[in-house]
Design a protein around this ligand. Structure first.
Ligand code: ATP
Ligand code: MG
Ligand code: MG
Ligand code: MG
Length: 450
């Protein structure tokens, strides 16, 4: 089907290939479809309809070749002609000072000015750091509710709009004193979210229900013995979390990342633990198929591997190693969880006896619940449930305070990892090092953005 996730990916690459974009060395224009990991979106997974920890970003790049005019015209042609999105459903944003981009969108492409929004630095100005190459962005949004009109429109309203394509115009060099000097070589760096475009074209309510992710969710539903279609929202959210995280961990492990307590290894470990816990909350026991000592992650991972062939053919070659790594990590974590269960049992006994001693309602402290969560990886939802069954209340205010405290301490660990696909290693070598310090999208190695 032309609108399947894999076709969309192929059509994007072909569109730019026929416009002179290549993947070999020393090229002025390139086009890629890269795996991206963004752990800073982990809390959004399953809660918004559009964020994943791992997604495919299609991109077209110009290294000192074409600039704003072509980048904008092609983004429009790709969206409206190649993918057939109705022109009157598209809105664009430009950086507030970028009159040039505004004028190209309005005068050359013909987008009515009320559908071009000027936005500030936070949303529409890209820079790699305090100094270095930087420049304005322009984003394309799809409008799901044109009947709501053009007055008081906020492109950030995700009940109405979906950002799917971002164009970065690298045109300045920011110097120590904060001034912007024009770059001699101007570059284009774009990103189009494959799952987001698939969602629009496949006319499903969120990215998770596209053919890129839904089969994984179906597998998880089968193990949990629920049906996604009729499930309540909390159940759907859990299934989406599993669908998202399993994709991320399979690709990360395939790229050689091993679960550990530091760096990228910790990213994988955290995602695996979240998946295991989420599975238990859905009632998946053991492998979900009757073996209580078994692991369920490898069963779901199998589906991710099946879906990976076009995105990254190497995943299939790594299948055995991926499945074994997941099995081992899951079983190890389940042991930790079970130790937590024993500790909780003790804590509950103490709460009950001190409650009856001083005639107050038995309460488990937030500190204890946090210890279980933080050290034993024990989900607080399970703590609450088990405590409730025993008539014990959990001090959630104290728990939340502990969480907040930890969140502040670990802010720095909120990293974003981006991975490049197989043969982009060649592409990365075409990048002149001094000019492209910020081009993490082109990095061939998995890396962590601070
Ligand atoms: P949003 O505002 O929706 O969080 P963004 O502005 O942070 O998106 P960019 O950094 O501009 O995203 O990335 C380029 C494109 O990559 C976006 O236009 C979108 O299509 C896609 N994208 C970004 N973050 C995610 C994500 N977490 N999951 C899926 N796709 C994403
Ligand atoms: Mg974002
Ligand atoms: Mg945005
Ligand atoms: Mg953006």
């Amino acid at each position: 089907h032309p609108d399947s996730g894999n076709s969309i990916r192929r059509r994007f690459l072909e569109f730019f290939a026929t416009r002179g974009h290549k993947v070999p060395r020393q090229v002025p224009r390139a086009t890629t479809a890269q795996k991206c990991i963004r752990t800073n979106d982990v809390e959004n997974v399953g809660r918004t309809s559009r964020h994943h920890t791992m997604f495919i970003m299609c991109g077209n790049f110009s290294f000192g070749d074409y600039f704003k005019k072509d980048a904008i015209a092609w983004a429009w042609e790709l969206s409206t002609e190649e993918f057939g999105l109705p022109a009157d459903r598209l809105w664009v944003s430009v950086y507030e000072d970028d009159d040039e981009a505004f004028s190209i969108w309005h005068n050359e492409v013909g987008v009515p000015s009320e559908r071009i929004k000027r936005m500030g630095e936070e949303d529409n100005f890209w820079s790699s750091g305090a100094t270095g190459p930087c420049g304005p962005c322009s984003e394309l949004y799809y409008d799901f509710h044109p009947e709501r009109g053009c007055l008081d429109v906020d492109l950030g309203d995700d009940t109405r709009f979906l950002e799917f394509y971002n164009l970065v115009f690298m045109q300045y060099n920011k110097t120590e004193d904060g001034s912007l000097a024009p770059l001699k070589q101007k570059n284009i760096d774009t990103g189009l979210g494959l799952e987001r475009l698939a969602r629009i074209l496949q006319k499903v309510p969120n990215n998770y229900e596209t053919d890129l992710i839904y089969p994984i969710i179906e597998k998880a539903s089968e193990l949990a013995n629920v049906s996604y279609g009729v499930a309540d929202d909390p159940t759907k959210t859990k299934l989406k979390i599993i669908g998202d995280h399993m994709r991320a961990v399979v690709y990360l492990i395939s790229d050689g990342v091993v679960p550990s307590n530091i760096g990228r290894g910790y990213v994988v470990r955290r995602l695996i633990r979240r998946t295991v816990r989420t599975g238990r909350l859905l009632g998946i026991k053991g492998d979900g198929k009757g073996d209580r000592e078994g692991a369920f992650l490898p069963i779901i991972a199998q589906k991710v591997i099946e879906l990976s062939t076009e995105i990254d053919p190497d995943v299939r070659n790594q299948a055995a190693r991926i499945l074994e790594e997941l099995r081992r990590e899951e079983l190890r974590f389940v042991q930790t969880l079970e130790r937590g269960e024993k500790l909780l049992e003790q804590m509950l006994k103490e709460s009950l006896s001190s409650g009856s001693e001083n005639g107050s309602e038995p309460c488990l402290s937030g500190k204890d619940a946090f210890l279980l969560y933080d050290t034993y990886g024990f989900p607080v939802e399970i703590t609450i449930e088990v405590a409730q069954e025993r008539g014990v209340h959990v001090d959630m205010n104290e728990f939340d305070a502990e969480m907040e405290n930890q969140r502040q301490q670990s802010q720095a660990a909120h990293n974003a990892v981006r991975l490049a696909v197989g043969n982009d290693a060649d592409l990365a070598e075409t990048i002149p090092e001094t000019e492209f310090l910020g081009y993490d999208t082109l990095s061939a190695r998995a890396m962590i953005e601070g």
